[in-house]
Every structure is written in structure tokens, then in C-alpha cells.
Design a protein around this ligand. Structure first.
Ligand code: NAD
Length: 365
């Protein structure tokens, strides 16, 4: 996956990469003393401040980190817009090994960069970050969401994200199999971290046959013994004869190398940017008869939960709003069919329509 990206990004300049996605602002954060190297992407703030988590990852190159933050922040714009939230899209990446390179000073230095954006960007937890890390960032800036309940926040968003993903998966199952029951369905879950773990719990309650994979052996054993899921290797996941494939690790796993290997009829997972190139792989899934549940639509539960924190947290209403993902997903399938476009394009169209119409209202003084 990384090798493929490297080839694609090799000849692109920084501005070449940025102009591709039409960002409002991209901030490069560097600090010699703490070793901080981070990028904040603010994609669009028409609907509100750009909200999106900070991810820490050992990227193979700086170009790959930039690509990730650009794609992720754009995804946040679509996610907020389609979910009816008054938020824009943003995201940050910190380049480094989350297990080795973190320090209080590095995280607080990053917090200073967020502070200097004066609320145009609101950060939250993402892959490679912990609640404790967010507490350090919060020491330097108030523009942090998704804090622990002990700090007056909404706590871990992962269970709500998993619930929304589950709703989207059920809607996709209804489209593909005529029923939204997942009982007996063979479902592969790639990545059993925070969200993947909660998703497996929901699938197990519905008596699905679950296959799991992850980098971490101990986590695999834990989830497997708790929910009776079968462990498979990281590469094997693409060749499994399953009904549903659920990408819950990192993005870009639906690409030229994996497409021909997939045997599922539905793809529905929580990972962001699952299609390596939506213009190529969106239509390719339609050709193969695979029902794809748009990632930014069905993984919006966490954002809905965090948004609820900004306007006065209420867990029940966050879950109720997340449950609507089921209906929205069916609406997107209808729109895609009516217009003869792929599902991701239909979801993007719906989100863009809202941004444009609200943008017009706000253009008057
Ligand atoms: P996490 O770090 O807790 O879990 C990810 C898991 O995937 C880890 O256990 C990791 O070891 C595993 N993994 C990484 N690469 C893998 C590979 N190639 N094959 C198999 N396993 C692999 O992260 P999370 O919070 O569960 O988020 C998972 C995905 O969902 C991410 O893409 C994230 O951006 C997205 N997402 C999360 C939330 C949320 O509320 N946490 C909300 C929206 C989207």
C-alpha cells in the first residue's frame, strides 16, 4: 500500500499536492527542540470551524504525510456536511512513531500551533494518539474536542463511530441481500483497534461469522477469545470468501492491487478514505456489483458525538443522530442509482450541495 503511494507521489510538488484537493490553508509545524514535525490541513470552513483529529504515524515520507492530511481533512469536510453539522473539515498529522517519539513538550508545542489558528481548527484524538496526549495539547489551547468525561468532554468517540458504521453496514446489507440482518453473514474486519473492537462486539451480538486481522497479536487474541472471531493474516484478509469486508484500519485499502482479490458483495467500514482513488475505484466497485457504503457517511458517529460536546453534550441524542446513518445510506444508494453514479460520488454530491446552499446564505452581511 505504501509502495503504491510512493510511486504516485514521487513527482508531485507540495503545491501540486495541495491544489489537487482545494484546501483553504495548510500549516507546516516544526520545532527543532522537541523534534515536532506536523502538518495541519484546513480544507473548508464554509459551514463552521474545521474539526478533525490529530494522527501520529511513522510515514514513509513527508509527501505521504502531506497526502494523508490533505485527503483526511477533505474527508472531514464531507463528513460534517453530509451529517448536517455546522463544522468544516480539518485534520492534523504528526510525523513520528507514536510508541517512541512522543513527549509532553512535543505535544504541547503542537498545541501552541493549534492555538495560533484562533479556532479555525479544532483538534481531537485520532490514530496513534491517546487521551493523555490530548490533555497535554489542551494545556496549550482550548481548541480541543473529544476530551475524557472527567475533563467535561464526551469521552471516547469510538463506540459511537462503531455504532454508525454498523448502521451503514446494515443499510448496505439491505441493498445487497434484501435484508439488513447480519445473522450468519461472513464478515471480515481489518483492524480491531478502538472502533474495530466495538464493531466486532455488535456483529457478534447479531451472530455474524467474523474474521479479524491486525498488526498486534495480543489485541487479536483478546478480541478473538471474547467474541469467537477467527484470526487471519494481514494479507489473507483480501482473499477471504466473505459477504462483507469492513476496513477498520487505515485508508487506501481498496486499490488496483486489492480489487481483483475481493470476493465480498458489500464493503462497509470505519476507516477514512478507503478508496485509493475514488474516481477509479468507485466505478470499479459498481462494475463488480459490490455495494460500497461511503466511508465518510457511515463513520460519522464519532464526529456527531464530538459535535454534541461543542453544543452541550447529550449521549442519547448523539446516538439517536448516529442511528440516522442507516436512512442516509439508503438515500445515497437511491441517489447513486437515479443519477447513474457510484455511491461515493453520490455522497460527495449531497455534501457539496449543502456546503453550497449554506455558503450562499452566509454570503450576505
Ligand atoms: P486504532 O488505532 O485504535 O485502530 C486501528 C487498528 O488497525 C490498530 O489496532 C492497528 O494495529 C490496525 N492496523 C493498522 N494497519 C493495519 C493493517 N495493514 N492490517 C490490519 N490491521 C492494521 O484506530 P481507530 O480509532 O479504531 O480508527 C480506525 C480507523 O477508523 C482509522 O482509519 C480512523 O481514522 C477511522 N475513524 C475512527 C474514528 C474514531 O472514532 N476512532 C472515527 C472516524 C474514523
Amino acid at each position: 500500500m505504501v509502495e503504491l503511494k510512493e510511486v504516485e507521489l514521487k513527482d508531485k510538488s507540495v503545491f501540486g499536492q495541495i491544489s489537487e484537493y482545494n484546501h483553504e490553508k495548510v500549516v507546516f509545524c516544526h520545532d527543532q527542540e522537541t523534534g515536532l514535525k506536523a502538518i495541519i490541513g484546513i480544507h473548508n470552513t464554509v459551514l463552521g470551524p474545521a474539526l478533525g483529529g490529530t494522527r501520529m504515524w511513522s510515514y514513509a515520507s513527508e509527501a505521504e504525510a502531506l497526502d494523508d492530511v490533505l485527503r483526511l481533512s477533505r474527508g472531514m469536510t464531507y463528513k460534517a456536511a453530509i451529517s448536517g453539522l455546522n463544522l468544516g473539515g480539518g485534520k492534523a498529522v504528526i510525523i513520528g512513531d507514536a510508541k517512541k517519539d512522543k513527549s509532553e513538550a512535543l505535544l504541547r508545542r503542537f498545541g501552541r500551533f493549534v492555538k495560533n489558528l484562533n479556532g479555525a481548527y479544532i483538534t481531537a484524538e485520532d490514530v496513534g494518539m491517546t487521551t493523555k496526549d490530548m490533555e497535554y495539547i489542551r494545556m496549550e489551547t482550548e481548541h480541543v474536542s473529544g476530551l475524557p468525561e472527567s475533563m467535561g468532554g464526551s469521552g471516547d468517540p469510538s463506540p459511537v463511530t462503531a455504532y454508525g458504521t454498523y448502521m451503514g453496514m446494515k443499510a448496505a446489507a439491505k441493498k445487497a441481500f434484501g435484508s439488513d440482518s447480519l445473522e450468519g453473514k461472513k464478515i471480515s474486519v481489518q483492524g480491531v483497534g478502538h472502533v474495530g473492537g466495538y464493531l466486532v462486539e455488535l456483529l457478534a451480538k447479531e451472530n455474524a461469522q467474523i474474521f479479524i486481522t491486525d498488526i498486534y497479536e495480543d489485541r487479536l487474541q483478546e478480541v478473538s477469545s471474547k467474541y469467537g472471531a477467527k484470526v487471519v493474516s494481514m494479507d489473507e484478509i483480501y482473499d477471504l470468501d466473505v459477504d462483507i469486508y469492513s476496513p477498520c484500519a487505515l485508508g487506501g485499502t481498496i486499490n488496483d492491487n486489492t480489487l481483483d482479490r475481493l470476493k465480498c458483495q458489500v464493503i462497509a467500514g470505519c476507516a477514512n478514505n478507503q478508496l485509493r482513488d475514488e474516481k477509479i475505484h468507485g466505478p470499479a466497485l459498481v462494475e463488480r456489483g459490490i455495494v460500497y457504503a461511503p466511508d465518510f457517511l457511515i463513520n460519522a458517529g464519532g464526529l456527531i458525538n464530538v459535535y454534541s460536546e461543542l453544543i452541550g453534550y447529550n449521549r442519547e441524542s448523539a446516538y439517536a443522530q448516529t442511528e440516522r446513518i442507516y436512512g442516509y445510506t439508503l438515500d445515497i444508494f437511491d441517489l447513486a442509482e437515479r443519477e447513474g453514479i457510484h455511491n461515493q460520488a453520490a455522497a460527495m454530491k449531497m455534501a457539496e450541495k449543502r456546503i453550497q446552499s449554506i455558503g450562499k446564505i452566509r454570503s450576505t452581511y
